[in-house]
Design a protein. Structure first.
Ligand SMILES: [Zn+2]
Length: 86
């Protein structure tokens, strides 16, 4: 599988570290235990199109937000995570 890094271009996924599905915003330090538990541990583990975080450890060292189909491994988009998750 290959990811087109916004900085480095087309690269093999061996250059990346997979973090997991992209989560929503942190609930905040004043949130209750349940909200924090949900944020840290609850994953949807979707079968199909999902958003994931990948770290380009052997390249530009940026976090990349990748839209990927977990069944076919088709990658629909890849952009810098710091540019937003919507
Ligand atoms: Zn890169």
């Amino acid at each position: 599988m290959r990811i087109v890094c916004p900085y480095c271009g087309d690269r093999d996924t061996e250059e990346f570290i997979f973090r997991g599905e992209a989560l929503g915003r942190h609930p905040g330090l004043n949130s209750d235990e349940y909200a924090m538990f949900e944020h840290v541990y609850h994953r949807t583990n979707l079968s199909g199109k999902t958003s994931e975080h990948w770290y380009h450890v052997q390249g530009c060292r940026n976090w990349i937000l990748v839209e990927r189909d977990t069944l076919t491994h088709t990658i629909y988009s890849a952009r810098l995570a710091k540019d937003g998750e919507s």
